[in-house]
Design a protein around this ligand. Structure first.
Ligand SMILES: [Zn+2]
Length: 108
């Protein structure tokens, strides 16, 4: 193996690593975008209890924010942050409920 071969091999490997990182990052962005949509759907649904501030429940509803590549919930009125997003928020519960309500409305 010549020096040039070695350089080509190393740059090829580095290229693949960079490609992998780029794909992983864009995947994460897509997932976070979907997570934020789900949270907003839940917070605006009106028929489920919205996620509220852990310090003062009279504060406005928590809002999703992206921080260090992760989605977290922040209180707009104070510094309260909730890192855990309840699984039911990320489920299709709100959408299913809306679909059923819609079906009922067209059958009545
Ligand atoms: Zn608060």
């Amino acid at each position: 193996m010549t020096g040039l071969d070695l350089v080509l091999t190393i740059s090829g490997v580095l290229f693949l690593i960079a490609l992998f990182i780029a794909i992983t990052k864009s995947d994460n962005k897509q997932i976070n975008k979907r997570t934020i949509e789900k949270i907003n759907e839940w917070q605006n649904a009106g028929f489920v209890h919205p996620l509220t501030c852990g310090k003062d429940s009279t504060h406005q509803n928590l809002i999703p924010r992206e921080k260090n590549g992760r989605v977290i919930l922040c209180c707009p009125d104070c510094d309260y942050v909730q890192e855990r997003i309840p699984p039911e928020v990320l489920s299709d519960y709100v959408q299913r409920f809306k679909d059923q309500a819609y079906k009922r409305s067209i059958l009545e």
